[in-house]
Design a protein around this ligand. Structure first.
Ligand SMILES: NC(=O)c1ccc[n+]([C@@H]2O[C@H](COP(=O)([O-])OP(=O)(O)OC[C@H]3O[C@@H](n4cnc5c(N)ncnc54)[C@H](O)[C@@H]3O)[C@@H](O)[C@H]2O)c1
Length: 327
């Protein structure tokens, strides 16, 4: 298949591209390589992809309407994996406009491109954050999700509604992927596994919000990518008038307390964390945990990586990539 992957220099994007290329697909990756976090890490991820046969890259902003329209008009894609987004819950309190541009306008450009080009399948990233103020765990796809607690979450929910609309109006076949706290090698510097690891190695304290009483469904990157690739490779069952578009939770299906996660890091690093307890932060959810039943029924999804093993692989990568930096 010939695939367009947006956000290709990102954490999930790089791993997805790699797996798709290894499976023999042709991939055009796009990314604007913005400086929300260290662009050198994005470039280093791209260096992993460049030697692989079938890969091409273009620096492009998904919010650039003319460029996106030209991209879809000039190439034929069998499917699109849309991962580009302004990520980060907390940053959405500081710079809300970045979220509207990349996540709302950018997504509309992708939907329009798919509609005009008659794309057979659009898989796009949503997020566990759409569950917002819901407290009934595990989160199930059929729960109401109309209480977002950050603008990031609101833009991700908006994406789901926009996809629903394009499915009903124009038959654009969409699959939304609600990712739950993904971690692993080449992970994001703004997320807890990376922030904690760096702080522990540098002897700095780590801050646990809500007094450490928080939990996440930590999902190892390979398990995420398995599901993404399987979903992309299978034909979409078809969308049309009156049909709901597809939405899947993509998590491990286990709730891990943040302190437990820190202990897993400490074991692997052979060092103790200096812990500072802090109050709950605006925009943060206390706990997330996915029901994975729907995805299991659709593709036989069975995430396989235990936490300690995933953490070990992340630390091994971190030590190798940042060799010398207190590692
Ligand atoms: N990692 C997680 O735990 C997680 C959880 C829930 C949802 N998600 C979603 O999954 C997707 C991928 O996340 P990730 O963790 O790989 O994040 P990431 O930031 O590493 O990757 C996103 C990539 O998109 C690019 N990008 C951002 N705005 C762009 C724009 N306007 N035009 C082109 N490229 C742009 C960035 O440069 C980056 O390389 C995102 O949509 C994110 O919201 C991730």
């Amino acid at each position: 298949m010939k695939l367009l992957v947006t956000g290709a220099a990102g954490f999930i994007g790089m791993h997805s591209c790699k797996r798709l290329l290894e499976a023999g697909h042709e991939v055009l990756g796009i990314d604007d390589l913005n400086a929300y976090y260290d662009p050198a890490l994005k470039q280093a991820r791209l260096e992993q992809l460049r030697p692989l046969p079938g890969f091409a890259f273009r620096k492009l902003d998904v919010a650039d309407e003319a460029a996106m329209s030209a991209l879809f008009a000039g190439s034929r894609f069998d499917a699109v994996l849309h991962l580009a987004a302004q990520v980060g819950v907390r940053y959405s309190l500081e710079n809300p406009m970045a979220y509207v541009s990349s996540n709302v306008a950018g997504f509309l450009n992708v939907l329009e491109g798919c509609r005009k080009a008659g794309i057979a399948h659009l898989c796009y990233a949503s997020s566990s954050s759409v569950y917002g103020a819901n407290i009934e765990l595990p989160f199930r796809e059929d729960q109401r999700v109309d209480a977002p607690i950050s603008l990031y979450a609101a833009t991700k929910r908006a994406n789901e509604l926009m996809a629903e609309c394009y499915g009903r109006l124009y038959g654009v076949p969409c699959t939304g992927l609600r990712f739950f706290t993904v971690y692993g090698p080449w992970g994001r510097p703004d997320m807890a596994p990376f922030l904690f690891t760096r702080a522990i190695l540098e002897g700095r304290p780590i801050r646990l919000f809500n007094g450490g009483d928080m939990g996440r469904d930590f999902t190892y990157i390979d398990d995420i990518v398995d599901a993404v690739v399987q979903l992309l490779e299978r034909p979409h069952p078809g969308a049309g008038a009156g049909e709901k578009t597809r939405l899947f939770n993509l998590g491990l299906g286990a709730l891990v307390n943040l302190r437990e996660f820190v202990r897993a890091l400490e074991r692997e690093l052979g060092r103790s964390a200096r812990i500072e307890l802090a109050p709950m932060q605006a925009g943060d959810m206390r706990e997330t945990c996915a029901s994975t039943e729907r995805l299991r029924a659709a593709i036989g999804y069975a995430p396989a990586t235990p936490l300690q093993e995933g953490v070990a692989r992340f630390i091994a990568w971190y030590r190798a990539h940042y060799a010398g930096a207190n590692a």
